[in-house]
Design a protein around this ligand. Structure first.
Ligand code: ZN
Length: 367
């Protein structure tokens, strides 16, 4: 596909204003009403698409970074520029035939908080959603039961009014939406009372959601078709769930691994001990060898978070923190002194510098 900047004949540093000017110049030359050829029509489409992308700051940024620069995105705002220019030069948006009352419903975004424990295996929620649902009374027809829409007298069902207008391009046929039927081509003489002729009503609905294992804060799950219903029984929009994982007092997360800190009394560290940790998914037996040091990390394979993509689980990583007793009675103090006297141990001295000792707890696990 051709480069959007080349298509418009502007530099990559062009300002929005320069892009707009370039587009206007090309549109005057290539618009189908001025230049009916097939080649011009193709070029006009390319120019318009390039303008749509580059005139939208967000799409332009995506395009510059190598994205598709397409019409996608949640808002589907890609045609904004198109409409602007037609309004400016041609007196209204080109519209062929009447438009439908049926439209797609809007997307919705909900935030869902889950506990870290729920992330390990995934969880279920029944979410209460305020949304638009089909009107029971008219079933989306927008008309009182037994009545139906009638063809608009003013536009005779076409939905638009054609007019010849003098402009800087010469005489141009313009088409504006019919004011009487608002472009629909029909009017509804007896709108449904329940929904005021919208074909849908506000309601609270329960949406069952399976939240997969391994989700993390910021992740968005798309639930196609679970958003609001469109006007006049149009298709449902999508529901997006933005996940927030609540922090846990005892466990932290690094990717698919779970991290925790184990406080080990000095005597247990010296003699070694087998202990049981109450992990988020049940008990884990941990064996500490005699002489275990502070900042040692024990790894329990497969007791982390279930991987969102792929199989298996991460690991549980346990950072040892040896706890030195702070209050000794007289007898204990004598015993420790006797212990120290009996050992030919090195005196206190500088060790090799360990950055990790000074970093935050988390960093210990990453080195
Ligand atoms: Zn209704």
């Amino acid at each position: 596909m051709a480069d959007h900047y080349e298509v418009l004949g502007v530099s990559r540093e062009a300002t929005t204003d320069e892009i707009k000017k370039a587009y206007r110049r090309l549109a005057r030359e290539l618009h189908p009403d001025v230049n009916p050829g097939a080649e011009a029509s193709e070029r006009f489409k390319m120019v318009t698409h390039a303008y749509d992308v580059l005139s939208d700051a967000k799409q332009r940024q995506q395009y510059d970074m190598g994205g598709s620069g397409g019409m996608g995105g949640m808002g589907g705002a890609g045609f904004g520029g198109f409409g602007d220019i037609f309004d400016t030069f041609f007196g209204g948006q080109q519209q062929r035939g009447p438009k439908s009352r049926r439209e797609r419903g809007q997307d919705a975004l909900l935030r869902v908080e889950v506990d870290l424990a729920e992330v390990i295996f995934g969880t279920h929620r029944d979410l209460e959603v305020d949304t638009a649902v089909l009107c029971d009374t008219c079933q989306g027809s927008c008309c009182q039961p037994g009545t139906s829409p009638v063809t608009c007298d003013i536009c005779r069902g076409s939905g638009s009014i054609q007019r010849a207008v003098r402009s800087l391009l010469g005489n141009v046929m313009t088409s504006t939406p019919c004011g009487t039927c608002r472009g629909y081509g029909t009017v509804i003489p007896h709108p449904c009372v329940s929904c005021q002729g919208q074909g849908r009503v506000r309601d609270r609905r329960t949406v069952p959601v399976d939240i997969p294992a391994g989700v993390d804060t910021g992740l968005r799950l798309q639930m196609p078709g679970s958003g609001e219903i469109g006007p006049a029984g149009g298709p449902h929009g999508d529901l997006y769930l933005e996940i927030k994982v609540r922090s846990d007092d005892r466990f932290s997360r690094n990717g698919d691994d779970l991290l925790c800190t184990l406080d080990v009394p000095m005597t247990d560290a010296i003699l070694g001990v087998t202990t049981t940790i109450h992990a988020l998914d049940g008990d884990v037996d941990v064996e500490l060898k005699p002489g275990v040091q502070s900042n040692e990390v024990l790894t329990i394979r497969g007791r982390g978070v279930t991987k969102l993509r792929g199989n298996g689980r991460g690991d549980l990583r346990i950072g040892v923190q040896v706890v030195t007793p702070t209050r000794l009675d007289h007898r204990e103090k004598e015993l420790i002194k006797a212990f120290a006297a009996g050992r030919d141990q090195k005196s206190t001295q500088l060790g090799s510098f360990q950055q990790g000792l000074f970093s935050k707890l988390r960093d210990r696990f990453l080195s």
